[in-house]
Design a protein around this ligand. Structure first.
Ligand code: FAD
Length: 346
């Protein structure tokens, strides 16, 4: 277990709203730690529509989900937030001194003066294979993300999935000299055209096998997973030998542990006071898709506004008793110093 770090503010969720929250906290002099269960920032923008256009971000005629996240990351760069990615916040407990003890799935422990939950539609989790007995192999022979380069060299790997992640993983494993079988229930893919072309090229050259089938069971021997039982599209039921099984069939959001922190919920969303976006627990705020209030719209723009007011609410917990002034980024020398820009001459 890692030692507990005392922090001013914790932002749970690195989607667009969580990232902008870092900016608004930074303007008020509050350094943020950010936790996300995904391995990279971006939330829905990256997971669900990275290369699709968004037209309703103010002053931006159009940008893709990926471009928006890159711009937000550049905007918050001066505030040097600490990111704890690839880990879910599991525990949030109020302590006697009013701070919150936070624990993640990777054992990161934080003691935060204030928390802003920007958890969106929940923590994105890989869709898991539902086969009796398979869970025992998770992390040793069963993986829900592409393995590190080189680890499966010379091994037999089955990759399940039909989208970019699965196809790119299969191509990568072929390049790393693994014996790869790509499996999906139909011989159709939903990936980028160039990626599909590469898969078809590897199939034609015999370097990649494809099986149209669904997994139905496993075979084990000596405590190891040795084969995957499948039902093929032609009705046959072969067992495919394997050393590793990589399942990349997409991510599904789950509100998950957020529902266990004693916060008031309405239809699985956090109820907030729209003056500051504070939940029913003083010191814990909720912004973006995760909250609900009369008139709520699940739009990025609305989340940005919520993050602005939540930052002022959070500042009262980080700097209790201190007056807070609204300053303009255009004219405030203090904000210019925080942003690392030069104050224009009068
Ligand atoms: P999210 O983007 O959902 O991010 C939440 C993050 O929190 C996730 O990364 C999740 O992993 C993390 N998280 C949750 N719980 C935990 C936990 N316990 N521990 C650690 N991490 C956790 N909006 C617009 O304004 N304009 C558009 O054009 C537009 N187009 C869209 C198109 C599509 C296809 C979709 C699906 C949505 C679109 N939206 C659009 C909606 C927009 O994407 C959301 O409003 C926005 O992503 C909400 O941002 P968020 O930061 O609140 O949450």
């Amino acid at each position: 277990m890692t030692p507990t770090a005392a922090v001013d503010a914790l932002v749970i969720g690195a989607g667009p709203v969580g990232l902008f929250q870092v900016f608004e906290l930074g303007l008020l002099g509050i350094h943020a730690h950010v936790v996300d269960s995904l391995p990279e920032p971006g939330g829905q923008c990256i997971e669900l529509y990275a290369d699709k256009p968004i037209y309703d971000i103010p002053a931006t005629k159009v940008c893709t989900g990926r471009e928006l996240i890159a711009r937000l990351m550049a905007q918050i760069e001066p505030f040097k937030a600490d990111f704890h990615l690839d880990q879910q916040v599991n525990v949030v407990e109020r302590q006697g001194d009013g701070r919150f003890r936070v624990e993640t799935s990777r054992g990161t422990q934080l003691l935060a003066k204030t928390i802003v939950i920007a958890g969106g539609v929940g923590s994105f989790q890989p869709r898991r294979l539902k086969i009796d007995g398979i869970k025992a192999f998770e992390g040793t022979q069963l993986f829900y993300r592409a393995p590190d380069a080189g680890t499966l060299k010379g091994k037999q790997a089955i990759v399940i999935g039909d989208a970019d992640a699965a196809l790119e993983c299969a191509i990568g494993l072929v390049q790393q000299q693994a014996q790869v079988t790509l499996m999906h229930r139909r011989d159709e893919f939903k990936a980028a055209p160039a990626t599909i072309d590469e898969v078809q090229r590897l199939r034609a050259s015999g370097r990649l096998q494809f099986v149209a089938a669904q997994a139905t069971g496993i075979e084990q021997a000596g405590g190891r997973l040795i084969a995957l039982q499948v039902t093929a599209a032609d009705g046959s039921q072969p067992a495919l030998p394997l050393d590793a099984l990589i399942v990349l069939t997409g991510l599904s959001p789950k509100l998950g542990p957020i529902a266990d922190w004693g916060l008031a919920l309405e239809r699985k969303q956090l109820v907030v006071d729209t003056a500051s976006f504070e939940t029913n627990t003083p010191g814990i705020f909720a912004v973006g898709d995760v909250n609900t209030y009369p008139g709520k719209k699940k739009l990025i723009l609305c989340g940005f506004h919520e993050a602005t007011l939540a930052a002022f609410g959070a500042a009262a917990h980080v700097f209790p008793g201190q007056p807070l002034h609204l300053e303009y980024t255009t004219t405030s020398p203090r904000l210019h110093r925080a942003l690392g820009v030069v104050t224009p001459a009068p």
